[in-house]
Design a protein around this ligand. Structure first.
Ligand SMILES: Nc1ncnc2c1ncn2[C@@H]1O[C@H](COP(=O)(O)OP(=O)(O)OP(=O)(O)O)[C@@H](O)[C@H]1O
Length: 237
């Protein structure tokens, strides 16, 4: 279980997140939604250990989260690929850093499932935005991390490929069910994939159970939930 306790983050004189507390259970997906600039990426970076916080603490299984002890996979919003490394080297880098032998079968299956097996010798400059995102996703998953942080992982994909990538992600996620935090602007995406949803708003936040996960988009319960979420994001609920 990941527990965020009274977390506050200030950048220069701006309070980005203030007194945020919530928990995420193992084997579950939590989406983070909210207006652009509200602090979604900042929160994910703090959990990844690459952004300082001004107050509060982050625990994993009741111990302070230490990213040298706990494997954290992170797909950055801007991909975060190293331009001087090939696709293969970018993907296996987390294994090399942690001195973990490559699981060839898992590596091959990720490449094939994400449709990037033909790209492994290319460099990031020779990839499309959607290809870079899939490489970033492969790199986040390669360690089979206990905590998987995905910051708008499908934003560069068109609608058809986004739907495919989402289904694929859920298939891969289901193989070992890591605790996953998924930042998205797409409320439908949040409703389709996540067990819980954290809504960040100006000066407040709400964490809700997603009762319509797995339901069809035209199901009345789904439509009601979609409308309530829209109101919650706008701050009128
Ligand atoms: N290095 C920085 N210096 C100053 N302000 C920053 C810095 N990094 C982020 N911010 C500000 O912090 C706020 C939160 O940014 P963040 O990227 O977390 O938002 P977000 O909710 O992920 O936005 P988006 O949905 O547009 O990706 C924004 O107002 C941003 O301008």
């Amino acid at each position: 279980m990941l527990t965020i306790k009274k977390l506050s983050i200030q950048i220069e004189n701006n309070i980005i997140l203030d007194d945020l507390s919530f928990s995420i259970e193992d084997n579950s997906i939590t989406s983070i939604i909210g207006y652009s600039g509200i602090g979604k990426s900042t929160l994910v970076k703090a959990i990844a250990g690459i952004h300082h916080f001004s107050a509060g603490a982050i625990f994993y299984n009741n111990e302070l989260l230490n990213n040298t002890k706990v494997n954290i996979g992170y797909a950055f919003q801007d991909y975060g690929l190293y331009p001087w490394y090939s696709v293969k080297k970018n993907i296996v880098l987390p294994l090399q850093i942690k001195k973990i032998a490559i699981d060839q079968a898992f590596y091959r299956s990720i490449l094939i499932q994400l449709g990037i097996d033909h790209l492994i010798d290319r460099y990031p400059s020779a990839l499309s935005g959607g290809e870079k995102q899939r490489v970033a996703l492969a790199r986040a998953i390669i360690l089979k991390p206990q905590i998987l942080l995905l910051d708008e992982p499908f934003s560069a994909l068109d609608t058809i490929n986004r739907t495919k990538a989402r289904d694929l992600f859920l298939k891969i996620w289901d193989e070992y069910r890591p605790l996953c935090i998924f930042v998205t602007h797409d409320i439908d995406e949040a409703l389709l994939i996540s067990h819980k949803i954290l809504i960040l708003r100006d000066n407040s936040y709400i964490q809700i159970d997603n009762a319509v996960r797995g339901k069809l988009k035209y199901d009345p319960e789904y439509v009601n939930m979609l409308h309530s979420l829209q109101e919650m994001i706008a701050g009128s609920n």
